[in-house]
Write a protein that binds this ligand. Sequence first.
Ligand code: NAP
Length: 278
Amino acid sequence: MTIRIPQIALNDSRPFAELGLGTYKLTGDEGIASIRAGIDGGYRLLDTAVNYGNEREVGEAVRQSGIDRDEIIVTTKVPGRHHGYDEAIASGRASDETLGLGRIDLLLIHWPNPRVDKYVDTFRGMLALRDEGVVRSVGVSNFTEQMLARLIEETGVTPAVNQVELHPYFPQAALRAFHAEHGIRTESWSPLARRSELLGEPVIDDIAEGHGVTPSQVVLRWHVQIGSTPIPKSADPVRQRENADVFGFELAGDEVDAISELERGRLWDGDPNTHEEF
Ligand code: NAP
């Protein structure tokens, strides 16, 4: 049975999903098989990046699936070493070619790298790709409120999405409020906190038991109810299905709040003001 994952509209009216599949580390033939299993199971939003080295695999899985291209939303990302106007255009074109799917649905700046200070020009290059039709939606990843405000001010364009570290240990309430104010969709990376001790937290176990679901499903449902799109990664078709099957139950307000109270900080030192990736 294929699970139907609901869709929402981005600020540019393009469709987006309430939950997607992370693909970091899904490479080679095994990676293609895992991504393909995800699509067969109902995932329609796929998250890749130049730096994951698996854009080819994602494209291949989509082609093999036989699903109508217009039903699939593929996200990829411009890496730090491709920052700059011309570099971003070349990067997006190369990703489009490697994916081989006729267009990129959502292109993100992977990390802002503020010391390099080229993210505004990078975004302008991505807007040129959007005008050309190579890319449908443009967004960012790992941006702070200050960086978003500057981008909007200097380009006049509000990114459609900001993909950030977000899970019950790091719920990002202030950033989410900024996104809501500006019509930016929040997307959660490492939504299961990379299978850390989060899934064994007593509060999550108790809530899972009450609803007859698993701890992962409680965490992913929490993302959906706080208005963020989680992109859990799993190589395993059974866990992929478990993760996608979160639209048949609802957490009570006090359960959502109790999960948010697990807040303690980032998983590792991925502070976008200081952490850089190239
Ligand atoms: P995650 O999705 O929170 O956790 C993945 C880990 O959890 C894997 O070890 C997976 O193992 C396990 N897992 C998945 N479902 C499970 C379940 N139901 N029960 C128990 N274990 C389960 O972490 P992530 O991969 O770091 O983040 C997800 C995606 O976000 C990435 O793949 C990538 O696409 C994106 N991301 C983006 C950035 C960025 O800077 N923009 C940074 C990090 C990640 P199995 O595969 O064996 O199931």
